[in-house]
Ligand binder design. Structure first.
Ligand code: S3P
Length: 432
């Protein structure tokens, strides 16, 4: 049956491995001497580019049956790669590995696709220059990143003024080969998987939080131990199915094994506040990360919501799909402070707005705030969706077919491979 306004979501669904955690576990096991095993690694293109990058700078990574086996090399021991390292579409890959390399005495050229070649890198490299790395950017802003790392990085105290886990993690990875104490102050709303993984691998890291900030202290006087790690399900991928299940009458979905870290589950809180019936069961902690199962049993129609700028980091990747929920919820929803969305794989704020209008939803942008005038009528649909190969925009507006009289026209759906190669297979498995 085609996926359209008659569709609902049902079944027992296990989301693919988490993308943020997949990048990090490859990088950190790649710096741990000895054998590590990774299960349920996300095999999306972004993560596979990080895998290739780690191999080019010295880690041994092989797939053995369904697991990835990694033999790392110790911090400071990265190899000089023989060619440019291509990160494709991945901001996380290029930014985190810039950090890792910045404190190693090697010289690299880091490149990416058209979208990545127009994303801001100064936010990371301005910090890495201070430890002694030499960095050159296209127009002083964008990739390619030409980077000459330093073998004697200066231990510094960093104050990060943009809520970004990528900036923080790049600095933390540079600290792996920095003698002395590296301190970071940042916003506590950003994802903390690098911190949690380092703790699980026996590293000397201390993390404190107050109401707004997180304070991290790292010393490189303890070894990074190898680890056997199972990557939990990706909430950002599951968000498409969870939101669809909350939206469409008659849906009933059991979500198994989803990462339940509070820096990632903002959208679940949002959907619940909109009236979504989501129950969290069997919350457990593995390797310092919470994991849970979710039961979604659609009962009520959704109502509108206002999100403030402080709420955004915990659901920064889910705003596109939440905008679909808001279009079908009664009343005006306001998402405030979406500046960071303008520098993602596309200008997501603009694309969400333009595509909402194309499908028949009233939407207004005021500075970086988005106003969505929702109602429970089916939208006209039949819009030609502009996705600029941004995977999350594409998947969100594909889900929008559920609330449109006519299906939208989406050309070239291949970009789902960056984060969710199984998306369409899962759509056909869990909808009818
Ligand atoms: C990510 C951090 C976020 C997020 C991205 C993944 C990470 O980016 O949007 O999809 O894995 O660290 P920012 O650090 O730019 O907020």
């Amino acid at each position: 049956m085609p996926f359209n306004y008659r569709s609902k979501i049902h079944g027992t669904y296990t989301p693919p491995g988490d993308k943020s955690i997949s990048h990090r576990i490859l990088i950190l096991t790649g710096q741990a001497v000895g054998r590590s095993e990774i299960s349920n690694l996300l095999e999306g293109e972004d993560v596979m580019n990080t895998l290739k990058a780690m191999k080019l700078i010295g880690a041994s990574i092989k797939k053995e049956r369904r697991k990835y086996v990694v033999y790392g090399i110790p911090p400071g021991g990265l190899f000089q790669p023989s060619k440019s390292i291509d990160f494709g579409n991945s901001g996380t890959g290029i930014r985190l590995i810039s950090g890792l390399i910045s404190s190693n005495n090697i010289e690299v050229n880091l490149i990416g696709d058209r979208s990545l070649s127009n994303r801001p890198m100064r936010r990371v490299t301005e910090h890495l220059s201070k430890i002694g790395a030499f960095i050159n950017l296209k127009k002083d802003l964008y990739p390619p990143i030409k980077l000459k790392g330093t073998g004697s990085a200066i231990p510094l105290t960093f104050n990060i003024l943009i809520p970004s886990a990528q900036i923080k993690s790049a600095i933390m990875l540079s600290a792996l080969n920095t003698n002395g104490t590296v301190k970071v102050k940042e916003f506590k709303s950003t994802r903390d998987h690098t911190e949690n993984m380092l703790k699980s691998m026996g590293y000397n890291i201390k993390v404190k939080e107050n109401t707004r900030h997180r304070f991290i202290e790292m010393k490189n006087n303890k070894k990074l131990k190898s680890i056997n790690y199972t990557v939990p399900g990706d909430p950002s991928s599951a968000a498409f199915f969870i939101t669809a299940a909350c939206l469409k009458p008659g849906s009933k979905l059991l979500v198994k094994n989803i990462l339940f870290n509070k820096t990632r589950t903002g959208f679940i809180k949002t959907l619940k506040a909109m009236g979504g019936n989501i129950k969290i069961v069997g919350k457990r902690k593995i390797h310092n990360e919470f994991i849970a199962d979710l039961k979604i049993d659609q009962k009520k129609k959704l109502k509108s919501i206002t999100l403030n700028s402080d709420d955004i980091p915990q659901q920064v990747d889910e705003i596109p799909i939440l905008s679909i929920a808001a279009s079908f919820a009664n009343g005006l929803s306001v998402f405030k402070g979406l500046k960071e969305l303008t520098v993602k794989e596309s200008n997501r704020l603009l694309l969400i707005h333009e595509n909402l209008i194309k499908i028949g939803v009233k939407s207004v942008i005021n500075k970086f705030d988005l106003y969505i005038y929702g109602n429970q009528n089916l939208k006209n649909g039949a819009g030609i969706i502009k996705h600029e190969n941004d995977h999350r925009i594409l998947m969100s507006f594909f889900i929008a077919n559920m609330i449109c009289k006519k299906n939208n026209i989406i050309k070239d759906k291949t970009c789902v491979k960056t984060s969710y190669p199984m998306f369409f297979k899962h759509i056909s498995q869990f909808s009818n």
